[in-house]
Write a protein that binds this ligand. Sequence first.
Ligand code: DGT
Ligand code: CA
Ligand code: CA
Ligand code: ZN
Length: 581
Amino acid sequence: MDNRTLAGCFEQIADLLELKGENVFKIRAYRSAAETIGAWADPVGALDDLALRAVPGIGKDLAAKIRELASTGRCAYHEELLAEFPVTLLEVLKLQGVGPKTAALLFRALGIATVDALAAAARAGQLRELKGIGPKKEALILKAIDERRLDQGRHLLAETATLAAELIAHLQQQAPAVTFVPVGSLRRGSETCGDLDILAVGGDATLMDTFVAHPRVERVLAHGDTKSSVRLQGGYQADLRLVPPASRGAAMQYFTGSKAHNIALRDRALRLGLTLNEYGLTRLDDGTTVAGETEEGLYEALGLAWVPPELREDRGELEAAAGQSLPALVSFGSLRGDLHMHTTASDGRDTIEAMAAAAQARGYAYIAITDHSKALAMANGLDERRALEHAARVRALNGRYEGLTLLAGIECDILEDGRLDLDDECLAALDFVVASVHSRFNQEPRQMTDRLLRAMACPWVDAIGHPTGRLLLRRDAYTFALDEVAAAAGRHGVALEINSQVDRLDLNDVHARAARTHGVRFLVSSDAHSTAALGNVQWGVQVARRAWLDDDAILNTRPLDAFRAALRRHRPAPVSRGASE
Ligand code: DGT
Ligand code: CA
Ligand code: CA
Ligand code: ZN
């Protein structure tokens, strides 16, 4: 039994225990075991009892269940729980805003066990009759059902990148001399990808046989000598194209897209008496090829600087490339610190020490430990007293990790009226505060805007975390006046976060670029809940690049002293603009 299956079983047990209303510590134990097993490099099912017990978070009880699953393929406890609740109810539980209490109530009171049944009952107005639901929540449930459409057919960037790496490693092994390049929306770093496009340069048609024979292939959609398409398990489509080395640059350019960028580029070529396709750039009059081997040469022949793939969206990049005014995009190695991470003090999986050691190994000069505040009770958020004790523990570690400074921070909840979850005295005593919305996402736009403005009026708020609250493919951003909030952030010197969690990427590229015009500076943060998740900043940097941002726009590219000096709490107070805000 592979780790993924084992982890999936524990994840379901945790969900079922939530439906039952079981103790939160027990639920958390199953959830964190599922995460650990899912990320474990070796097959956990093959470990003996002693080795299992050495896996963090696996005690006697969980070890026994892993052994049972590995040897019999079943888990009696899991089956017992499934006898109480149908497995389809877990789909209901996945809807935004439907917590375990509601799901269990819907099942017990109305026999609702599927999302379809829930939609029908909500449309018929049956939910509002239930105690604790009412018309407002009924409408929210319908909205959540509607938002599932967001999931249709697209995949997270990080997942697509992992899959591409796996496929390319497989192909590369069979054809060591061939160059493989992931192209399409993946190369442009789009937040989601519709399918996976791989370009192979040099090599012969046998490559296509290797491709369609990959163990993950479920169905072959097309199998030609230079082009094949397959459907993979999990619903991905992948395309492989093969071109000769002389067309490498032209093919990379063509298949990277975007379609809109390509169309604009081809128009430019035509105006210059040239024609552009995936094989090269040729003169219309005599058919001679003027470029195609490299992308740089191709853009140059069109009078343009090479355009980084992230900018190829027809959002002004060709004008900038023609005027030699493309931005010097922030690079993946530019980050010197990470200002959003959680530890075992709230809902993280690793200790302060483990996070610090991992950050040091990444070469960071500084990190802020930002556990949750008390309003997030599910995450075991900290109250004032615990926050200050935790801060003391964080600061006591300074000096222990050479080259790394630990800042004592907090991710403080923004309450529904814009007040902060912890008092000013506590926030002032910390080194860094990121304030975030984690509740009441459905407020009216005006109310949400005022809520964020009021939070930023607190002088101890240094940054706003995941500013729009969206979850990719699952939940829309809450609605508010981003321009107004960005303008206030620019004025106060409050940084806006580009959260790097693979399903957040919040702010997104378009919003961050718009916010920059208000003078906003940003933090690219991991929001890591484990040491492994620190690496997610690569996706945040990708977003920042798509937002046209350079190093200067990202505060955590600065050395520690300059970073600290740029924090809102250390800036001179802004000139008063009257009594508003
Ligand atoms: P996706 O898959 O929806 O995330 O987005 P892309 O950009 O990966 O789109 P895809 O897979 O349909 O095509 C890959 C690239 O191939 C695309 O970015 C540009 C190029 N391409 C596809 N269709 C056309 C077209 O009709 N005209 C031009 N000029 N280029 C195209
Ligand atoms: Ca694609
Ligand atoms: Ca494609
Ligand atoms: Zn958060």
